[in-house]
Design a protein around this ligand. Structure first.
Ligand SMILES: NC(=O)c1ccc[n+]([C@@H]2O[C@H](COP(=O)([O-])OP(=O)(O)OC[C@H]3O[C@@H](n4cnc5c(N)ncnc54)[C@H](OP(=O)(O)O)[C@@H]3O)[C@@H](O)[C@H]2O)c1
Length: 295
């Protein structure tokens, strides 16, 4: 058995043309219960953001809907003026009705307001990467993308991304706009969107898996990640993230945490060189949604 290393992909990828470190940070956990309102300790939330940037993170993911507005405000308070090279990705098109409640709204006039308000909250003149958070089935997709494309032409959005989309959406959107990134749920235990990932590889679109730790489940002890932990002197969380980085060269995970200890633990994942055999073993052992791919 050869033990050749599988992760030959660089740790920096272009989002559009913006060079971005592959392991980013997701800010949804910097909010209150049900992602509603402020967390218990806002100072700690802002410290996590500063620690992320100090540790070299160059990709911060957020959305107007986190709080709503809370995560974007913390990003500005903690990080503005932003260091050169920091890519802040935000989203619009999901409204909030209370803790744990989300509903899409893709009316063009509302999306325009979302972008304008994110610009104001983040205190930027242009948003690096702006995702349509959900495609609203009640509004033609063309109309939702057209307003973002208009705002890109106006210089208010640099790159456009899609979130929680199927392969049909990605293909159709690709005929209408330049899609810089796709953000879908994907982790070693949930690989429903393999086909979208394959499309992103071929089209050279950044694939940003949300819930890369299965919202914390993959950090729990037990199973193959625990078995391999000693071999790699790593934690299950680090192995789950390292697996993603090995899985595809366009993969840009955004693990979320409200705690600087977890942040630093997670960032070590880029240094872990899994063998091809272990990438396969992890992939075969953990997959709640079997998909055609062996890894
Ligand atoms: N596009 C979308 O529709 C969408 C949907 C969901 C999420 N997202 C984005 O994706 C990001 C990541 O997803 P997520 O935050 O839902 O899930 P995740 O990154 O899979 O997991 C976050 C959970 O894992 C825990 N955790 C993180 N690192 C840990 C570690 N080293 N050890 C133990 N526990 C750890 C966190 O708790 P602690 O706070 O205690 O560390 C939190 O409960 C979000 O922050 C958000 O930016 C996007």
């Amino acid at each position: 058995m050869t033990a050749d290393k599988q992760n030959s992909a660089p740790n920096v990828l272009p989002v559009g043309e913006l060079p971005t470190r592959r392991l980013g940070f997701g800010s949804m956990q910097l909010t209150g219960p049900g992602h509603w309102g402020a967390p218990d300790n806002p100072q700690q939330a802002m410290q996590v953001l500063r620690d992320a940037v100090d540790a070299g993170v160059t990709h911060i993911d957020t959305a107007d809907a986190y709080g709503p507005f809370t995560a974007e405000k913390y990003i500005r308070k903690a990080l503005h003026p932003y260091p050169e090279g920091l890519v802040i990705a935000t989203k619009g098109g999901l409204t909030r009705q209370g803790p744990g409640k989300w509903a899409p709204c893709g009316r063009p006039e509302y999306l325009r307001q979302c972008v304008e308000m994110s610009l104001r909250r983040l205190q930027v003149e242009r948003i690096d990467l702006y995702y349509l958070h959900r495609i609203d089935p009640a509004v033609p997709m063309e109309d939702q993308l057209a307003v973002l494309s208009d705002m890109q032409a106006e210089g208010k959005i640099h790159h456009i991304g899609l979130s929680k989309v199927d392969i049909g959406h990605v293909r159709k959107a690709g005929e209408l706009i330049d899609v810089a990134a796709v953000q879908n749920k994907y982790n070693v235990s949930n690989r429903v969107f393999e086909e979208v990932l394959r499309h992103c590889e071929i089209a050279e679109i950044a694939f940003v898996p949300y819930a890369p730790l299965a919202t914390g489940k993959l950090t729990e002890p037990g199973g193959v990640l625990d078995e391999l932990a000693t071999k790699y002197s790593a934690t299950p969380a680090q192995l789950a993230l390292a697996w993603l980085l090995h899985r595809s060269p366009v993969m840009m995970p955004i693990p979320g945490t409200s705690c600087s200890t977890h942040l630093h633990e997670n960032l070590v994942a880029v240094q872990i060189d899994l063998t091809r055999e272990d990438v396969t073993a992890i992939g075969l052992a953990i997959n709640d949604n079997p998909a055609p791919s062996p890894v």
